[in-house]
Design a protein around this ligand. Structure first.
Ligand code: NAD
Ligand code: MG
Length: 400
């Protein structure tokens, strides 16, 4: 192997057709000498995955949906492509653990990303984790697999990537040991931060997905509007950095330029700043520990001129309160919170549920289901399925 090719990293992008997937391919395409795309995956977007296969010529393409996999296969066959098509969760798990893969971008949305992310951990890969729901559901199991198999976890979520950049190298020995007092987790507050609370009931899906600063997938956009996203991120930060809930302070910062901060016992506060564009954290993790170009414009500090900060209002954002409660309850509570939220957000996006009812469904699901310790992945997936059944029924009863 030449010296050049030995530095090429094989990459699998789970969820390559989504918002994070597209940004990842954008950065990868700027560094063809660094990365070889081994596998691309999607749920059912045949057309888009087909086009990506034409451009990036991966060895494997996975469609989670078996019918979509068949359609992709025939399109690729007709075009003379050599890409092999796999399907289902098994296909996703396989491309997350192939020998020729060094890096796995985990960018599937929701609980569907858990099994392939765990497979990547078990195979000792470097995991670039965007799929926060996996950590929320299964933080304990996931971190244990990472440790047991010497996998490396690099956060892609912009806040967690920022925190990672502001942490001392040896933070894993314990935050108080390395002099960290607090994590200041910033939040834009979403599109409804200043809207009259009384009018939140009538929010439409179009209004909810129109985020003021970030362009993202539909699910996370709704989560940002309810601030469930920040709640999930508090839980994510606890697992990633070994922090307690009390060590994390959510800070509303509407400009979305400071992506989070770390406060030290000597009074220092370190922050990471940048234009709100996911290609920055993606490039940070792709190049780590080197810095590589991302295509993001340099921040013009004079254009920004000022930073605002305020405390979050738990009444306006009951989802944030529920996430803190689930975190405190521990065990399967965050998995129940996540499953109920996924169903409620989907129902809201389909016009079957009101915006303020998302938190009601989550709260009632948490009330109805008993919380137990997380023992193994199988048990956790059963809790996830059960929580979905309960949330589904609550939504149906509500809309009848
Ligand atoms: P998206 O909806 O744009 O894309 C999701 C991807 O997952 C698509 O490729 C889709 O085909 C695939 N997918 C969906 N359901 C699947 C299933 N059942 N099985 C297999 N694949 C499936 O979502 P996104 O905005 O790119 O977000 C992806 C993840 O990254 C989420 O967990 C989100 O919270 C996180 N994240 C996103 C952003 C952002 O800016 N978009 C920022 C921070 C974190
Ligand atoms: Mg984020």
């Amino acid at each position: 192997m030449s010296e050049m090719s030995s530095t090429v990293r094989g990459i699998t992008i789970l969820g390559s057709t989504g918002s994070i997937g597209l940004s990842t391919l954008d950065v990868v395409a700027r560094h063809p000498e660094r990365f070889e795309v081994i596998a691309l995956t999607a749920n059912s977007q045949v057309e888009r995955l087909f086009e990506q296969c034409q451009s990036y010529r991966p060895k494997y393409a996975v469609m989670a949906n078996p019918d979509a996999a068949e359609q992709l296969q025939s399109k690729l066959d007709a075009s003379g492509s050599e890409t092999e098509v796999l399907s289902g969760v098994e296909g996703l798990e396989r491309v997350a653990s192939l020998d020729e893969v060094d890096d796995v971008m985990a960018a599937i949305v929701g609980a569907a990303g858990l099994r392939p992310s765990i497979a990547a951990a078990r195979a000792g890969k470097r995991i670039l984790l965007a799929n926060k729901e996996a950590l929320v559901m299964a933080g304990d199991l996931f971190m244990a697999e990472v440790k047991a198999h010497d996998a490396v976890l690099l956060p892609i979520d912009s806040e967690h990537n920022a925190i990672f950049q502001c942490m001392p190298k040896n933070y894993a020995t314990g935050l108080s040991e390395v002099g960290v007092a607090h994590i200041l987790l910033t939040a834009s507050g979403g599109p409804f931060i200043d809207r009259d609370i009384a009018t939140l009931e009538s929010v439409t899906p179009e209004e909810a997905v129109a985020h003021p600063n970030w362009s993202m997938g539909r699910k996370i956009s709704v989560d940002s509007a309810t601030m469930m996203n920040k709640g999930l991120e508090v839980i994510e930060a606890c697992w990633l950095f070994g922090a307690s809930a009390e060590q994390i302070q959510v800070v509303i910062h509407p400009q979305s330029v400071i992506h989070s901060m770390v406060q030290y016992i000597d009074g220092s506060v370190l922050a990471q700043l940048g234009n709100p564009d996911m290609r920055t954290p993606i490039a940070h993790a792709l190049g780590y520990p080197q810095r590589i170009k991302s295509g993001v414009d340099h921040l013009n500090i004079f254009d920004i001129a000022r930073f605002d900060f305020k405390e979050p209002d738990m009444q306006r954002f009951p989802c944030l309160r529920l996430a803190y409660e689930a975190l405190t309850a521990g065990g399967t509570a965050p998995a129940i919170l996540n499953a109920a939220n996924e169903l409620a957000v989907e129902a809201f996006l389909q016009g079957r549920l009101g915006f303020m009812e998302i938190s009601t469904i989550v709260e009632k699901s948490l009330e109805q289901l008993a919380v137990s310790p997380v023992t193994d992945l199988g048990a956790l997936l059963r809790v996830d399925a059960e929580a979905r059944d309960v949330a589904k029924e609550l939504i149906e009863r509500r809309t009848k």
